[in-house]
Design a protein around this ligand. Structure first.
Ligand code: HEC
Length: 113
Protein backbone atom coordinates (compact mmCIF):
# COMPACT_ATOMS: atom_id res chain seq x y z
CA UNK A 1 0.00 0.00 0.00
CA UNK A 2 2.58 2.54 1.11
CA UNK A 3 5.05 1.41 -1.51
CA UNK A 4 2.41 1.84 -4.20
CA UNK A 5 1.72 5.37 -3.05
CA UNK A 6 5.40 6.22 -3.02
CA UNK A 7 5.92 4.90 -6.52
CA UNK A 8 2.88 6.78 -7.77
CA UNK A 9 4.28 10.04 -6.37
CA UNK A 10 7.74 9.46 -7.76
CA UNK A 11 6.32 8.79 -11.22
CA UNK A 12 4.40 12.04 -11.16
CA UNK A 13 7.46 14.06 -10.13
CA UNK A 14 9.59 12.55 -12.89
CA UNK A 15 7.18 13.41 -15.65
CA UNK A 16 6.78 16.96 -14.28
CA UNK A 17 10.54 17.40 -14.41
CA UNK A 18 10.98 16.20 -17.96
CA UNK A 19 7.97 18.00 -19.45
CA UNK A 20 9.05 21.09 -21.38
CA UNK A 21 6.89 24.15 -20.86
CA UNK A 22 5.64 25.32 -24.29
CA UNK A 23 6.85 28.80 -23.33
CA UNK A 24 10.43 27.50 -23.34
CA UNK A 25 10.39 25.94 -26.79
CA UNK A 26 12.55 28.16 -29.01
CA UNK A 27 12.70 30.79 -26.24
CA UNK A 28 15.82 32.95 -25.98
CA UNK A 29 18.17 32.05 -23.15
CA UNK A 30 17.51 34.42 -20.27
CA UNK A 31 19.44 34.30 -17.00
CA UNK A 32 20.18 36.42 -13.95
CA UNK A 33 23.43 37.48 -15.54
CA UNK A 34 22.01 38.47 -18.92
CA UNK A 35 18.77 40.02 -17.68
CA UNK A 36 17.56 39.31 -14.14
CA UNK A 37 20.13 41.24 -12.13
CA UNK A 38 19.54 44.43 -14.09
CA UNK A 39 15.77 44.03 -14.08
CA UNK A 40 15.60 43.49 -10.32
CA UNK A 41 17.99 46.35 -9.63
CA UNK A 42 16.04 48.74 -11.79
CA UNK A 43 12.51 47.73 -10.82
CA UNK A 44 12.50 46.01 -7.44
CA UNK A 45 15.48 46.76 -5.25
CA UNK A 46 14.48 50.27 -4.27
CA UNK A 47 11.98 48.57 -1.93
CA UNK A 48 13.18 44.94 -1.85
CA UNK A 49 16.95 45.20 -1.20
CA UNK A 50 18.16 44.50 2.33
CA UNK A 51 19.96 47.85 2.11
CA UNK A 52 16.87 49.76 0.98
CA UNK A 53 16.55 53.03 2.86
CA UNK A 54 12.81 53.21 2.23
CA UNK A 55 11.07 49.86 1.80
CA UNK A 56 7.69 51.59 1.48
CA UNK A 57 6.07 48.76 3.42
CA UNK A 58 7.66 45.88 1.50
CA UNK A 59 7.63 42.81 3.80
CA UNK A 60 10.94 41.90 5.41
CA UNK A 61 10.81 38.37 3.94
CA UNK A 62 10.71 39.72 0.39
CA UNK A 63 14.35 40.64 -0.21
CA UNK A 64 16.00 40.44 -3.62
CA UNK A 65 19.73 40.94 -3.02
CA UNK A 66 21.01 37.86 -4.83
CA UNK A 67 20.05 35.39 -7.53
CA UNK A 68 19.16 32.87 -4.82
CA UNK A 69 16.85 35.39 -3.11
CA UNK A 70 14.96 35.75 -6.38
CA UNK A 71 14.67 32.02 -7.03
CA UNK A 72 13.43 31.45 -3.48
CA UNK A 73 10.30 33.40 -4.48
CA UNK A 74 10.13 32.58 -8.18
CA UNK A 75 6.48 31.48 -8.12
CA UNK A 76 5.35 34.63 -6.30
CA UNK A 77 7.35 36.86 -8.63
CA UNK A 78 5.74 35.21 -11.67
CA UNK A 79 2.33 35.90 -10.16
CA UNK A 80 2.86 39.53 -9.23
CA UNK A 81 5.33 40.89 -11.80
CA UNK A 82 4.38 39.19 -15.10
CA UNK A 83 0.67 40.11 -15.56
CA UNK A 84 -0.35 43.26 -17.44
CA UNK A 85 -0.75 45.48 -15.52
CA UNK A 86 1.66 44.04 -12.94
CA UNK A 87 1.00 44.21 -9.19
CA UNK A 88 4.76 44.69 -8.73
CA UNK A 89 6.29 47.19 -8.90
CA UNK A 90 3.24 48.90 -7.33
CA UNK A 91 3.61 51.93 -9.60
CA UNK A 92 3.96 49.71 -12.70
CA UNK A 93 6.29 50.92 -15.41
CA UNK A 94 7.89 47.67 -16.57
CA UNK A 95 7.80 47.08 -20.32
CA UNK A 96 5.94 44.19 -21.96
CA UNK A 97 9.27 43.03 -23.34
CA UNK A 98 10.83 42.91 -19.88
CA UNK A 99 7.84 41.11 -18.38
CA UNK A 100 8.07 38.50 -21.16
CA UNK A 101 11.78 38.04 -20.45
CA UNK A 102 11.07 37.77 -16.72
CA UNK A 103 8.58 34.98 -17.37
CA UNK A 104 10.97 33.12 -19.67
CA UNK A 105 13.81 33.51 -17.18
CA UNK A 106 11.97 32.16 -14.14
CA UNK A 107 10.17 29.46 -16.13
CA UNK A 108 12.89 28.15 -18.41
CA UNK A 109 16.32 28.87 -16.87
CA UNK A 110 17.98 26.34 -14.64
CA UNK A 111 16.94 27.16 -11.09
CA UNK A 112 19.51 29.40 -9.41
CA UNK A 113 20.86 30.88 -12.65
C1 HEC B 1 7.80 51.06 -4.41
C2 HEC B 1 8.17 49.88 -3.63
C3 HEC B 1 8.16 48.52 -4.28
C4 HEC B 1 8.77 48.15 -5.47
C5 HEC B 1 9.59 49.01 -6.41
C6 HEC B 1 8.49 46.75 -5.63
N1 HEC B 1 7.76 46.28 -4.59
FE1 HEC B 1 7.17 44.34 -4.24
N2 HEC B 1 6.22 44.89 -2.54
C7 HEC B 1 6.10 46.19 -2.08
C8 HEC B 1 5.15 46.23 -0.97
C9 HEC B 1 4.74 47.46 -0.21
C10 HEC B 1 4.71 44.90 -0.77
C11 HEC B 1 3.71 44.38 0.25
C12 HEC B 1 2.30 44.72 -0.15
C13 HEC B 1 1.80 43.81 -1.20
O1 HEC B 1 2.03 42.59 -1.16
O2 HEC B 1 1.10 44.33 -2.11
C14 HEC B 1 5.42 44.08 -1.76
C15 HEC B 1 5.28 42.72 -1.88
C16 HEC B 1 5.92 41.94 -2.83
C17 HEC B 1 5.85 40.50 -2.90
C18 HEC B 1 5.07 39.61 -1.96
C19 HEC B 1 3.65 39.55 -2.49
C20 HEC B 1 2.91 38.39 -1.94
O3 HEC B 1 1.67 38.54 -1.85
O4 HEC B 1 3.49 37.36 -1.63
C21 HEC B 1 6.59 40.11 -3.98
C22 HEC B 1 6.82 38.70 -4.48
C23 HEC B 1 7.11 41.33 -4.59
N3 HEC B 1 6.70 42.41 -3.86
C24 HEC B 1 7.88 41.33 -5.73
C25 HEC B 1 8.33 42.50 -6.34
C26 HEC B 1 9.05 42.49 -7.60
C27 HEC B 1 9.42 41.25 -8.39
C28 HEC B 1 9.35 43.79 -7.88
C29 HEC B 1 10.04 44.33 -9.10
C30 HEC B 1 9.53 43.91 -10.38
C31 HEC B 1 8.80 44.61 -6.80
N4 HEC B 1 8.18 43.78 -5.90
C32 HEC B 1 8.92 45.99 -6.70
C33 HEC B 1 6.77 47.30 -2.57
C34 HEC B 1 7.51 47.34 -3.75
Amino acid sequence: MWLGLLLACTGTDDSAETAVDPLCVDAPIVTYETFGAGFVEENCQSCHASTSLDRQGAPSFVVFDTVDDVWALDERILQVAVPDPPMMPPQGGTTADDRAKLEIWLTCAEMGT
